[in-house]
Design a protein. Structure first.
Length: 155
């Protein structure tokens, strides 16, 4: 596993990994889907979610239990899952150029399909549930290597 550039080692070394307890699904909806109800994004009922609109479809990342309550609203959809969401926690939360691309490279090297979701302040990775244990081992090892490299004296 290759270490990141020196300027990224400290942010990775300071990263804490956390897995959200819920299972998530990815839902593909047609573009003509009516606006989503406010219930979909209420903080009291939704810990994490994402809406992605591209030229051909509307994509939701939503907790599986929430989707089970919502799915009757929609006539046409495709669903994929289950997924788990890994939080990449940094203090302070901020955008760091190259951070997610480096994580993508680490996962790709390990043949893990992960989908990064970023709000520019907070970063998450969506991975298929069966891949979660291996993904966490790979990410923990990578963070540990960055800690060791960040603590090493500069030659």
């Amino acid at each position: 596993m290759r270490l990141p550039a020196a300027d990224l080692r400290v942010p990775f070394a300071a990263t804490r990994l956390s897995v959200l307890p819920e299972d998530f699904v990815v839902v593909y909806l047609p573009l003509e889907t009516k606006p989503l109800l406010p219930e979909w994004h209420r903080p009291t009922t939704v810990r994490f979610g994402a809406i992605i609109r591209d030229p051909e479809e509307l994509v939701l990342v939503v907790a599986r239990r929430k989707w089970m309550r919502m799915q009757s609203i929609f006539k046409n959809y495709e669903i994929e899952g289950p997924f788990k969401v890994i939080e990449l926690i940094m203090d302070p939360a901020k955008a760091i150029p190259g951070y997610l691309s480096q994580l993508g490279a680490v996962l790709s090297e390990s043949q893990i399909r992960g989908f990064p979701i970023s709000s520019f302040r907070r970063n998450h990775i969506l991975v298929q549930k069966p891949d979660l244990p291996r993904t966490m081992r790979v990410l923990r090892k990578f963070v540990e290597q960055c800690k060791e490299a960040a603590d090493a004296p500069v030659k």
